[in-house]
Design a protein around this ligand. Structure first.
Ligand code: PEP
Length: 258
């Protein structure tokens, strides 16, 4: 297997007011004066906390991302933030297509496609989330479901380098439930995502695009999940709010490549 960089990304969701976010960012910056070679660390705080977190982590090897973006450049879109606004606040990544946004805010595949294109055009990296519900998993159509989300979300998205987009496979039944996909279950879908990405882009790009697993990843199960050949990192919710756990996941990512 070629050497690869594993991306360990924290999705703080709607947790932490400004003071709490500053405290967590300080704790992470202190715990991570450096990260192991071959590991990249990313935190995605709520929008209101982004500038504070940016100030606190700027000397640390921790990248900053947002949890949402709107594809228009500016104007009468109350409550939204544009790509340039996120960039000006220090973000280099942005999560899109999270199942919570799809389910609670009725976001569609087309919305994700517009967001992905706007982000890449602005030089930001979309962390494009996809994943099936328990119902779809039990019906046995989960691979097709996830691959269709990837095809729709990334349709027409032009990239010149594989680092311009990240895909995160997050089975909905595993998010925040404590029920993690087994390494084999996660690998099966991530491998299919890579095959789908290969059809959209070149083989070289498909091999090098990071595909993350998310869904109750923690300090206990991270090592085995991250050891799978098509899992290039983790998108972590709950455990990313606890510095000791998040740091242990980063340590688990520091495994020798076979
Ligand atoms: C997430 O929401 O992206 C996530 C994976 O959450 P958790 O780790 O809490 O399951």
């Amino acid at each position: 297997m070629p050497n690869r960089t594993l991306l360990i990304a924290g999705n703080w969701k709607m947790n932490n007011d400004v003071a709490e976010a500053a405290k967590l960012a300080d704790e992470l910056a202190q715990a991570l004066p450096e990260v192991p070679a071959g590991v990249e660390v990313l935190v995605c705080p709520p929008t209101i906390d982004i500038t504070t977190v940016h100030d606190r982590i700027q000397a640390a090897p921790i990248a900053l991302g947002a949890q949402n973006v709107y594809w228009e450049a500016k104007g009468a879109f109350t409550g939204e933030s544009s790509c340039d606004m996120l960039k000006s606040a220090g973000c280099t990544y942005c999560i899109i297509g999270h199942s919570e946004r799809r389910d609670y805010f009725h976001e569609t595949d087309e919305d994700q496609n517009k967001k992905a294109k706007a982000l890449v055009a602005a030089g930001l990296v979309p962390v494009f989330c996809c994943g099936e519900s328990l119902e779809v998993r039990e019906a046995g159509t989960y691979v097709e479901h996830v691959v269709n989300q990837v095809k729709a979300g990334l349709a027409g998205l032009e990239i010149t380098c594989p680092k311009q987009v990240v895909v995160a496979y997050e089975p909905i039944w595993a998010i925040g439930t404590g029920r993690t996909a087994s390494p084999e279950q996660a690998e099966e879908v991530c491998e299919s995502i890579r095959a789908a990405v290969r059809k959209l882009y070149s083989s070289k790009n498909a091999r090098a695009i990071s595909i993350l697993y998310g869904g109750s990843m923690n300090d206990k199960n991270a090592f085995e999940l991250l050891a799978q050949p098509d899992i290039d990192g983790g998108l972590i919710g709950g455990a990313s709010l606890v510095p000791e756990k998040f740091v242990k996941i980063i340590e688990a990512a520091n495994q020798p490549n076979e």
